[in-house]
Ligand binder design. Structure first.
Ligand SMILES: [Mg+2]
Length: 372
């Protein structure tokens, strides 16, 4: 293996963290929140003169967790022994709290460590992980409730033109208080994409269970295939109730931080497909284990957001369904990195010709967004 003898006992000598806030192109909202910017917390870990890069989408405070609690245990660890370092990071968060932002911070560092290890070994990251597939299916995701009909048609139509056969829009507007507009937008989406494209919807927990079922009954002729967070993802009984009543697959899991969370969701019969966000659950290390939890229940996993964060791990996951080609993160990742991927035809293929993630940070270009 090229380079392997050079990195035996290769200590991580530095962990650097920065954060960037990027304004959205236009006002954005889903069923339960509105936003006008996205913050990316970026971690660079170095060893043996090589640097790996990881990131998460989180409040700037996640950078403080990295700096104060994680960097001290990662610095000096062996860059090849990520499993041990992952456990050390989780232990270091015990009193600060692994749940929530702690796991986001671990995720950013973990991805940086995997990129670093792959670059040290001069392997594409998905080859280091062990690829199960050469490319991963994607679905176009956006369709914000703030969009008017024209904006919605432009975005969905663009994905269809690229050959992406699955698209997702947000519903559950204003905490489920505008179901008539939800239904109007779902009908409009179906009209725009035609009969051959799968239509997905995401209520971000904005409905109650019976309400979610009624909306799906009213939308019966639209053949919705994916109903994400019809109710709060903490309401496992509610998810199961909706799941049993609708033909669309019911999905959730994007807020999962650890394996117990994913096991509880699977065990409750709450989902038809488990969503996992590696930037929120401790990185690639925990993604692989979460996918194994899902597999043990006969379920597939779908990657939530951050497509360039997920593509290598997704390629290494036998029970993968797809990766979310999320408008905001696609836009940000193409601003931040050279080497981003093309979803034409409905899938992305991790770079097989470059070590690590295959991405290069455009440091000068993004400096103007830096907030720490
Ligand atoms: Mg969602």
């Amino acid at each position: 293996m090229p380079g392997v003898t050079a990195c035996v006992d290769t200590p991580v000598d530095e962990v650097r963290v920065t954060a960037y806030t990027v304004p959205t192109g236009s006002p954005e909202a889903d069923g339960t929140i509105a936003w006008d910017s996205t913050t990316l917390v970026l971690v660079e870990a170095s060893a043996g003169g090589v640097t790996g890069t990881g990131w998460t989408y989180a409040a700037k405070a996640a950078a403080t967790l990295v700096e104060e609690l994680l960097a001290p245990v990662v610095t000096g660890s062996d860059a090849l022994d990520i499993s041990g370092t992952s456990q050390a990071m989780i232990r270091a968060l015990r009193n600060a709290g692994r749940a929530g932002m702690g796991s986001y911070a671990v995720g950013a560092v973990d991805v940086a460590l995997w990129d670093l290890k792959a670059r040290l070994l001069e392997l594409p990251l998905h080859r280091l992980l062990g690829a199960a597939r050469a490319s991963v299916p994607v679905y176009g995701s956006g369709g914000f409730t703030t969009y008017d009909d024209e904006q919605l048609a432009g975005q969905l139509g663009g994905w269809v033109e690229q050959g992406i056969p699955r698209v997702k829009i947000k519903i559950g507007e204003s905490w489920g208080t505008n179901t008539q507009r939800d239904l109007h937008r779902m009908r409009q989406a179906r009209l725009v994409v035609g009969e051959d494209v799968e239509l997905f919807v995401d209520a971000n927990g904005g409905y109650r269970a019976k309400q979610a079922i009624r909306v799906m009954q009213e939308a019966d002729e639209l053949d919705v295939r994916w109903f994400e967070e019809p109710v709060s993802s903490d309401d496992l009984e509610g998810l199961r109730e909706v799941r049993q009543a609708v033909s669309a697959d019911v999905t959730a899991g994007e807020y999962g931080n650890d394996l117990y969370y994913f096991r509880r969701m699977c065990q409750a019969g709450a989902v038809d497909c488990l969503q996992v966000d590696l930037s929120r659950c401790g990185g690639i290390t925990e993604w692989l284990r979460a996918a194994a939890v899902a597999a043990s229940f006969g379920l597939e996993v779908s990657a939530h957001c951050g497509p360039h964060l997920h593509v290598h791990a997704a390629a290494a996951t036998p029970n993968l369904r797809h990766v979310e080609w999320f408008h905001d993160h696609v836009r940000i990742e193409s601003m931040f990195f050279d080497g981003t991927l093309d979803p034409s035809g409905g899938s992305i293929s991790p770079d097989s010709s470059s070590p690590g993630t295959g991405l290069t940070l455009r440091r000068q270009d993004v400096e103007r967004y830096r907030v720490r």
